[in-house]
Design a protein. Structure first.
Length: 156
């Protein structure tokens, strides 16, 4: 087996980094598509203008948990930014819509469905921008990597 010289090794690393960047961009486009679908669903349902503000900022109220500490903050932030939670809210909304038809009001199901769209859309927007679910050690430590100028453990 032949040993790579320094130049060949550098070229291999650069090519690998370029492939990683292409994949990251592809995933960001996927998140953008999901955000656009959520925005279209909001428009198709005739939601008022202020619901778009909720899409942009609402779930970030979960950051208030960081006032208690990083573990609590990560929990509250992730609770409002996890797409699985958004889908669970949608499922409850769909289930309650059937139940609420028996009672004669669709309000609860509609509110839960729109809430799920806002949660899902906001999570897509955040991931498109590079903000991921948080680890309990630091706000800057996400499942997508480190954000900001945080000092990573083991570095100076």
């Amino acid at each position: 087996m032949e040993c790579l010289c320094r130049d060949e090794l550098a070229e291999t690393l650069i090519a690998g980094n370029m492939m990683i960047e292409k994949m990251k961009n592809l995933l960001k486009l996927e998140e953008l598509a999901q955000l656009l679908v959520c925005t279209a669903l909001m428009a198709m349902n005739g939601l008022p203008w202020w619901t778009y503000l909720l899409l942009l900022l609402g779930p970030d109220i979960g950051m208030l948990g960081y006032l208690v500490g990083p573990r609590t903050g990560a929990f509250t932030y992730n609770l409002l930014h996890h797409k699985g939670i958004a889908l669970l809210v949608a499922a409850v909304g769909l289930g309650s819509e059937g139940l609420s038809l028996l009672v004669g009001s669709r309000a609860l199901g509609e509110v839960l469905l729109m809430t799920s769209i806002i949660l899902y859309g906001h999570s897509s927007m955040d991931r498109m921008l590079g903000f991921g679910l948080k680890f309990g050690d630091s706000f800057q430590h996400t499942h997508l990597g480190w954000i900001g100028k945080a000092v990573r453990p083991g570095t100076k």
